[in-house]
Design a binder for this molecule. Structure first.
Ligand code: HEM
Length: 122
């Protein structure tokens, strides 16, 4: 999923450069940083600590992230469409809320299950 966001984010960046429509910069930055960088980092952390990924917290985080983030990112584009601000904000708060809830579960998971005993063994 992370690499798909990176491809989309780069495409938006190239589109902005070609058309000089720099108003999409916030959407571009969020697709790259929330979509790619954050998702990839969670993936790397769960790969290093597979026990944390298998917990209920890890599974709930996975689904909240992968449902919340695309909805939130959609809102980052919609806010740029004239007349769509109110609709965009529905997606911002539902998607962003799910994303935030997932991050809170990740933090609890990190404090309870990310430790030396659970690190990936070769
Ligand atoms: C071919 C790849 C890329 C192109 C062509 C591109 C292009 C752009 C352009 C045209 C802007 C707007 C600059 C302005 O408003 O003056 C921008 C902003 C930005 N880009 Fe990229 N970008 C690329 C890749 C990336 C990647 C991989 C990341 C992060 C992982 C990234 C993060 C950002 C950020 C944080 C901003 C600032 C957004 C803002 O000020 O609202 N970009 N990029």
């Amino acid at each position: 999923m992370a690499v798909l966001y990176l491809v989309l984010g780069i495409c938006v960046g190239l589109f902005m450069s070609m058309t000089l429509q720099l108003n999409w910069g916030s959407a571009h930055a969020h697709v790259n940083l929330v979509g790619f960088a954050t998702t990839a980092l969670f993936g790397v952390i769960y790969t290093i600590y597979p026990q944390a990924a298998k917990t209920k917290l890890g599974i709930w985080h996975f689904w909240l992230h992968h449902i919340g983030v695309p909805v939130f990112l959609l809102s980052a584009f919609l806010v740029q469409v004239p007349g769509m601000l109110d609709t965009a904000h529905i997606f911002t708060y539902t998607g962003g809320g799910a994303f935030l809830l997932g991050v809170i579960l990740f933090i609890i998971n990190a404090f309870t299950n990310i430790n030396e005993a659970n690190v990936l063994k070769e």
